[in-house]
Each structure stands twice: as C-alpha cells, then as structure tokens.
Design a protein around this ligand. Structure first.
Ligand SMILES: Nc1ncnc2c1ncn2[C@@H]1O[C@H](COP(=O)(O)OP(=O)(O)OP(=O)(O)O)[C@@H](O)[C@H]1O
Ligand SMILES: [Mg+2]
Length: 242
C-alpha cells in the first residue's frame, strides 16, 4: 500500500463541517401489490450530533438502507420530518436540495465505480464541471493519497482490488467537502481483514474532518468502532446505545 501523502492530505478548514441530522417520527411504507405493504421505516425519531459515528444494525430487511436513503434525500418519507443542519429537507427548493446532496457523501457495498474511468476520474466524477471554488484535481489526488492510493491514480477499477476500489469510492464520497458520509454495508463485499482496513480509513477521515458518519452494517466489529449503535427491527429502533 502507498504511504499516505501527509503533506497535501491535510484537511483544510472547510473540511471541519460535520452536519447534525434529526429525524422526527419518520415513516416510509412500500406498497408492492394489492393490500401488501411494508413499513420499511416506522416512526423513527433520532438526533445525531455533528461529527458522531453511528452504526445502524439489524437483520436483513429491517430498514437500514431505507433509513440511509431517506437521510440522503434519495427517497422521501411518507410521514415525519428530517432536518439536516437545521434545515427541513422536505421544504428545500430543488436547487437547495441539490446543494445539500452534494454535502452528503455515499459509499456503497458494490463500490459503483465507473469502469471506463481511472481512479482519479472516478473521484472527480461527482464534481459539477463549472465548480471553481477549489482545485478539484489537486483535491482528488490528495484524497487518493489520504486513502493510501497515491500510486494507483491512473488505474482503472478492473486493475484494482476490491479494497482499493472501495478506497476510491471513499475518496469520491469526500470530493465535494461533505458534512455527512452515508455508508451502506461498505465492507459487505470484502474479506474481514480488508473490511477492517476500510473501516479504519473511514474512521480516520471522519475524525480528521469532523464528519458525521452513518454506517449500515451487519459487522459487529464495525459497530464496535462507532460512537453509537442503533438496532433496527421491522423499521423501528429497538436499541440505541446512546
Ligand atoms: N423499493 C422497494 N419496494 C418495495 N419494498 C422495498 C423497497 N425497498 C425496500 N423494501 C422493503 O423494505 C424493507 C426494508 O428494506 P431495506 O432495504 O431498508 O432493509 P435493510 O435493513 O437494508 O436490509 P439488508 O440488510 O438486506 O440490506 C424490506 O422489507 C424490503 O423488502
Ligand atoms: Mg440494505
């Protein structure tokens, strides 16, 4: 693994911007057929302070991904209110919601890298072309250095291991200076050792940058490394270590 680029991966002041998340009686029901419905998220009330790392656990189908999608404004609740940094996301104009989404980084189980793009271009992909308020190529290189991939910048995803691909995905999630990172089973496709390395990278970046980190996981060791653990069952919080 490449040595971390300690000179340029130093977080800038605007990287210290973890956002608070608050949910009040949030519900999401999926209707799949006549009379069939699933309360994927059921009356969830939750306050997450800026900079906290929160593990969301619970068996398959308990609502972890749905909860992350709602918080990431990728899906809309049927009931309840979600505020991020004090703003009710349902009340935002489209342009404001788009701006908020750029302050949320996503990391997925299956990496979702673009296969024809190099690691560097994958990290740059979420940056809107006319954005000029930071040097995006320097930042992308710095982030690849920060995840230990300074010597893999020009590699295609097919030339990288699973753990390396997930590191690229983490760098990509951080390119727009997010305040929150949402990770949905980020180690689900990795062996235990590689998964532990990915968790360590996520946790280091979170601490350095003051990010709020929400991780849906089946992995007890990830949950143990977080500040707080929720257990969901049938869309409800049945345990909260806070
Ligand atoms: N788009 C959808 N349409 C219909 N039902 C859905 C949809 N997405 C999720 N569900 C249902 O909502 C419930 C919660 O699903 P969700 O994906 O949030 O669970 P999960 O905890 O992430 O599970 P896993 O650990 O398997 O990823 C499940 O019963 C699921 O079948
Ligand atoms: Mg899921």
């Amino acid at each position: 693994m490449a040595a971390r680029d300690s000179k340029s991966s130093h977080p800038s002041r605007d990287d210290h911007q973890g956002l608070a998340v608050s949910l009040t009686a949030v519900s999401k029901t999926y209707r799949s057929g006549v009379g069939e419905s699933v309360n994927a998220v059921d009356a969830v009330t939750l306050d997450i302070p800026p900079g906290q790392s929160l593990a969301i656990t619970g068996r398959s189908g308990s609502g972890k991904s749905t909860l992350l999608h709602l918080i990431g404004a990728m899906d809309v609740p049927d009931e309840g209110q979600i505020t991020i940094d004090g703003a009710d996301i349902a009340r935002l104009r489209d342009s404001e919601r788009a701006a908020l989404r750029r302050r949320i980084g996503f990391v997925f189980q299956r990496f979702h890298l673009l296969p024809a793009l190099t690691a560097l271009d994958n990290v740059l992909a979420p940056v809107i072309p006319y954005r000029t308020d930071f040097d995006k190529v320097t930042r992308a290189r710095d982030l690849l250095g920060a995840v230990g991939l300074a010597d893999r910048v020009k590699h295609l995803p097919s030339q990288l291991s699973g753990g390396e691909q997930q590191r690229v995905a983490i760098a990509r999630a951080l390119i727009n200076h997010p305040g929150i990172v949402l990770a949905d089973e980020p180690t689900g496709n990795l062996d235990t050792h590689t998964g532990a390395e990915i968790v360590a990278v996520l946790d280091r970046l979170r601490t350095e940058r003051g990010l709020t980190l929400l991780v849906a996981t089946h992995d007890a060791s990830i949950a143990a490394s977080c500040d707080r653990t929720l257990v969901l069952s049938d869309g409800r919080i049945v345990s909260d270590s806070d």
